[in-house]
Write a protein that binds this ligand. Sequence first.
Ligand SMILES: Nc1ncnc2c1ncn2[C@@H]1O[C@H](COP(=O)(O)OP(=O)(O)OP(=O)(O)O)[C@@H](O)[C@H]1O
Ligand SMILES: [Mg+2]
Length: 317
Amino acid sequence: MAQSQPQPSSSARKVLASLFGRRVILVAGKGGVGRSTMAAAMALAASQQGKKVLLAEFEEPAGFRASPLAALFGQAIFASSPQRIAEGIHGVTIQSELGIELFLTGLFKIPALSRLALRTPALRNMLRAGPSFHEMGLFYHMLAQIRERDSGGDNRFDLMIVDMPATGHALALTGLSSILLDLVRRGPIADALRDGRSVFYDPAQCAACVVTLPEPLPVSECLELIEGLRQSEMAVGAVVANRVPGDPFTQAEREALDAMLEGKLVRGHTIVERIKRAEGSMARLRAAVHVPLLLVPDLDEDSPFRAVAEHLLREPS
Ligand SMILES: Nc1ncnc2c1ncn2[C@@H]1O[C@H](COP(=O)(O)OP(=O)(O)OP(=O)(O)O)[C@@H](O)[C@H]1O
Ligand SMILES: [Mg+2]
């Protein structure tokens, strides 16, 4: 039997180089498709190419919890300021309240005053009541991270890779700044939003990387997400088809198997059906998506992000 693993597309390196040439990659997709695995794998791959990487995720609305992303690096959660988690990689949790504090500090120029303001019940209530303030805080904390400088005045991080929340929340976040700018056209909030947009909505500096499984429903959701991102003017730099099944059969073997099994649901047949669904999904993606498509195989490992990073860096033979 000829074993053929899906290979990265011939331009996989070029796709990575163009993604990694930006300052920010937002790894997005529906729940469970492999966003965290991909964000961690990209962080590893970029650090192996000599980049200083900041791997970021968002705080849970309900607060403290264990993070599956941090667990990949042997941590419970990432701190709210960047901490080293591996060679060339720092991890951080993006926190809304911290973002708002930074914003107020920029406004008042005195950190103690902004902390005092944040303790005012009226302000706290307003921040809690308006979900858009929550998202604005996240936005501002991300912006502050990517703007950080080291003691020599250089960028502290070359690249920030963000493990975005699942679809709906990600769109709320990316669409927010333009909605808010329609409401608030002048003043410090509008200035901060414009400032953030100059980084996050500049395709040369920031792009989303949308992850999907090669299955009909996830592909439909992936296409909807891409459309939503397009409407919010967020660039999509690449789409990743994750967990593409390897095809262990030659064409002749598959035909023989089809003829032999004819509708009987046995294990071999289930595998063939999955491969066919993946092929159909890939064809749909290729037809609908006009950005580079990366293929990542379904790897038989518990924690596959290191193997995914190796796969991303390897040129096809
Ligand atoms: N290429 C792959 N091969 C095999 N297993 C994979 C691959 N990519 C991801 N997985 C596995 O799929 C599961 C989901 O992956 P992951 O946690 O990265 O998804 P997610 O999109 O971040 O999920 P969530 O919505 O829960 O945050 C994990 O068990 C992970 O190890
Ligand atoms: Mg995740």
